[in-house]
Design a protein around this ligand. Structure first.
Ligand SMILES: Cc1cc2nc3c(=O)[nH]c(=O)nc-3n(C[C@H](O)[C@H](O)[C@H](O)COP(=O)(O)OP(=O)(O)OC[C@H]3O[C@@H](n4cnc5c(N)ncnc54)[C@H](O)[C@@H]3O)c2cc1C
Length: 819
């Protein structure tokens, strides 16, 4: 083994080897993979090898698509047969909600170019003659299906070996029986890895250790929330019916998924593999994999399998006629949201994570591709927020992760409603006024561990969601909350906002170089600012307020806490001229919004609130009620007259009560996240992470007024200049969707021109309650962005007419805000 290298990849499963392969492909040949046992010794050797393209996430969908395309060409490239059976993949539906889910997915699939077909029960039977179409209580009738003709299954070990060959042919080294046992840093800042075969120094380290992620994390003092869960499949003997079907010329059957019964079924040597996602599967190895486990498996748990076996036998009666050969029960890595962690680690430089893979055979290609891109180029080529390791925060305690991972596992096949909020490990992080909100009828959701009120059930209404792809039980109540903010005054608890204080003599220059806008020069002014990638895409959105000489208050999305903190910390100058303090949990935030908000606030503060003393987009520090040191920001995300009050957290109860007492005569009330969604869409306000991502520049996002090309250097400027010179390819639009019936757009819908050619995608959508319009915002090719352009949008499989509206269709002149 060499003593120095550019990158060490720890872990020789399919994910680690794919990362190595892609690094070598990008020209980094001085790269080494270390595997404690032999390649594929982890979960890879016993995986069923399915490659489902289906995924509701725009990012993960792209990663899976890349994998499937890559695996098809690997054999030609490396000479290694990977046993890729392109059987197709059939997902059955037995209820309307399931079909809605498939149709919602189809919108995403369209935008990323994944081929699929929605087929009828008759076509299901033609494709899969051994299936029963059903029609009784135990085996409900198939109402339709989603068919992917292009995917299938592969031999995971052969795939790994092909990637290995491809990597080695480009100079990469692989050392088996080489365990990384300790880690430190050299004086020059490189990694020094102690292994069972000696030391090695590397500039970068990639962790791809599958079930070992917890103990690998400990080596680096990181709490990685990837804990495996037991996953089983049954291998059946030869099936007489299948044999007959194949011997009479039948082609290999598509991988079958009966989502409503939570199992998959595929052919295996004239028999079957049946894999359920069962309730009650336990998390394992929360503290690491014990030495005795090695390459072993767990005992099969037939009790857990039985309900799925029975369901599968009813759907495919041939199953009942063949014996069980084997039960494979292995650990499958999970994360609390079921997506892997791919990208930089937090708090340390040059450490990369490719962990938490539950569909690792499917994801390995795409995740290796993008991680290599990130390491070599400094940035990934596509928006990776959905798999960003820093999307999780310090709230991922061991118990939290165990509960969430078990929940995610048993929910793999549930219908993924867009408004779904899963109940386990909750409440965890709460705003101080959580109980008060609950008593007011709050129906909570969870984001970044925080409980956030989604909507408020009025007296007499059950405070619970009925999840749906369509307008649901909360529709009219959200509407009432919106109207209250447009007509009177409302309060939104935004305590989860990420908050930083930046100070010191270098603060202004440093911030100015990080963002595209000009950092406010005058005390009491604020600026919406975007940190860009070097490619000019939008990385973060910050509201920067100048609180004092050399003192700035920086607010960003609640879910971006670790993502933003880590970035800001890593960008700090080494000379100590800038101090950064994360104040997220020491300050709460209530947004007070609506035409009556000035009168409400005036009762609680001595500050002058008129437009001269306290104009829009300005801030002051002062007293509100009994609370001191409150930052009052005249800004909000709903497009109304109002103030965000950022207060020392200990005043939360007092301020809350004071606001409600002062607002009583104006019928003040609470509003939740769903009302905010409706209100912000009426104002075309772009949401970080959905509408603002590294995939689009601020010019494409229509944020030109927040970019100061003339101010001097900032990260991303060069790429923006190139875009200006070459032409901005996409433009941000707000569209009204016509004749939508009961299903509004919700984001990830494809947009078409009038002739039906796809010309863009919606990134968000909702019903605008004050406007009375169904709205979507997103990106279209530049020629289609003019106001009045007639487009089409696909909502749950149906094409609807859409018209491009003026940006900010509610109150385009901002009269409310400036009132
Ligand atoms: C029963 C079952 C069926 C499955 N079926 C499918 C399927 O059909 N399709 C699909 O996409 N996915 C499937 N999976 C999931 C899939 O197996 C995993 O997602 C995938 O194998 C993960 O690969 P990996 O490289 O991340 O981890 P692993 O394959 O576990 O590899 C990690 C490697 O790291 C090594 N390592 C750990 N620590 C160290 C150290 N300190 N030093 C050196 N080496 C170290 C380990 O020895 C191991 O070889 C299935 C999983 C199970 C359990």
């Amino acid at each position: 083994m060499k003593s120095h290298t550019r990158v060490v990849v720890i872990g020789g499963g399919v994910v680690g080897v794919s990362t190595l392969y892609h690094l070598a492909h990008k020209g980094w040949s001085d790269v080494v993979l270390l595997e404690r046992a032999e390649l594929t010794a982890g979960s890879t050797w016993h995986a069923a090898g399915l490659l489902p393209l289906f995924n509701m996430s725009y990012t993960v969908g792209q990663l899976h698509k890349y994998s499937v395309d890559l695996y098809k060409r690997l054999q030609a490239e490396t000479g290694q047969d990977v046993s890729f059976h392109v059987t197709g993949n059939l997902r059955l539906a037995t209820c309307r909600e399931r079909m809605d889910e498939y149709q919602k997915y189809c919108g995403t699939a369209n935008t990323i170019g994944v081929p699929f077909q929605v087929i009828s029960p008759r076509e299901v039977k033609e494709l899969w003659p051994l299936v029963e179409l059903g029609g009784d209580a135990e085996t409900p009738a198939i109402v339709g299906a989603l068919y992917h003709p292009d995917d299938g299954h592969i031999a995971p070990a052969d795939l790994t070996m092909a990637l290995r060959k491809g990597a080695r042919s480009r100079g990469a080294e692989i050392h088996e029986q080489t365990e990384v046992t300790a880690v430190s840093r050299t004086r020059s800042g490189e990694w020094l890895l102690k292994t069972s075969k000696g030391d090695i120094v590397a500039e970068h380290v990639v962790c791809a250790t599958g079930n070992y992620a917890r103990q690998t994390g400990k080596l680096f003092r990181l709490n990685i929330p990837a804990i495996p869960v037991e996953h089983q499949y049954i291998v059946y003997d030869e099936s007489p019916e299948l044999k007959q079907y194949r011997q009479t010329g039948g082609r290999e059957l598509a991988v079958l998924r009966e989502s409503d019964k939570s199992y998959y079924l595929r052919e295996e040597r004239l028999g079957w593999i049946l894999g359920p996602y069962e309730a009650g599967a336990p998390a394992r190895f929360a503290d690491g994999v014990p030495d005795w486990f090695g390459k072993s498996l767990f005992e099969g748990d037939i009790e857990r399998l039985l309900p799925h076996v029975e369901a599968a036998q009813r759907r495919v009666p041939a199953l009942a006629n063949c014996g069980i050969k084997d039960i494979v029960n292995g650990p499958i890595s999970y994360t609390p949201d079921g997506s892997p962690m791919v990208g930089p680690a937090w708090g340390v430089r040059n450490l990369w994570i490719n962990e938490g893979h539950s569909f690792g055979i499917t994801a390995a290609g795409g995740c290796g591709w993008q991680l290599a891109e990130w390491i070599v180029e400094g940035e990934p080529g596509i928006d990776m927020l959905a798999v960003e390791p820093r999307r999780f925060g310090p709230y991922t305690s061991r118990r939290y992760v165990v509960q969430k991972n078990e929940e995610t596992y048993r929910n793999v096949f549930v219908i993924h409603f867009p408004d779904e909020e899963r109940p386990d490990a909750r409440p965890a992080k709460t705003s101080p006024v959580y109980d008060k909100l609950k008593r007011m009828g709050a129906v909570f959701g969870q984001r970044y561990g925080w409980e956030r009120a989604n909507w408020f059930a009025p007296p007499g209404v059950t405070p619970a969601d009925e999840w749906s792809f369509r307008r649901s039980n909360y529709f009219e109540h959200v509407g009432a909350e919106c109207r209250r903010i447009r007509e009177q005054a409302g309060v939104i608890d935004l305590t989860p906002f990420t908050k930083h204080e930046v100070s010191g003599p270098g603060a202004e220059t440093w911030l100015d170089n990080l963002v595209a806008n000009k950092v406010p020069a005058k005390i009491g002014r604020m600026a919406l600012s975007h940190a860009l990638t070097r490619g000019g895409g939008i990385r973060s959105e910050f509201t920067i307020t100048k609180l004092g000489d050399e003192q700035f208050y920086v607010v960003s999305a609640g879910a971006a806490e670790r993502y933003d903190t880590d970035y800001l910390q890593k960008m700090l100058p080494a000379d100590g001229s800038v101090a950064l303090r994360n104040t997220t949990t020491s300050r709460g935030c209530f947004a007070l919004a609506g035409p009556r908000s000035r009168e409400v606030l005036a009762k609680l503060t001595d500050l002058a609130l008129d437009n001269t003393a306290f104009p829009w987009l300005s801030a002051q520090t002062g007293e509100v009620g009994l609370a001191t040191d409150v930052y009052l920001l005249r800004v909000n995300f709903v497009g109304a007259l109002g103030w965000e009050l950022h207060f020392p957290i200990e005043y939360a109860h007092h301020l809350f009560d004071a606001l409600f007492a002062a607002g009583e005569e104006h019928s003040i009330g609470m509003a939740g996240m769903r009302a905010m969604e409706s209100l912000r869409l009426e104002k075309s306000y772009r949401m970080w992470g959905l509408d603002l991502t590294p995939d689009y520049t601020p010019f494409e996002a229509g944020l030109d007024r927040f970019v100061r090309m003339g101010k001097g250097e900032f990260i991303g400027r060069e790429a923006l200049q190139q875009q200006l010179d070459g032409g901005v390819p996409n433009r941000f639009v707000t569209v009204e969707c016509h004749d939508v019936g009961d299903a509004d757009p919700l984001g990830n819908e494809p947009l078409f021109d009038e002739r039906g050619t796809m010309i863009g995608r919606a990134t968000s959508g909702y019903y605008g309650h004050a406007l009375g319009k169904s709205l979507a915002i997103g990106y279209v090719k530049a020629p289609f962005a003019a106001i009045g352009t007639r487009l089409q949008i696909e909502i749950l499989g149906e094409r609807k007419r859409a018209t491009v509206l003026v940006d900010s269709p509610y109150d385009p002149e901002n009269r409310d805000l400036k009132a």
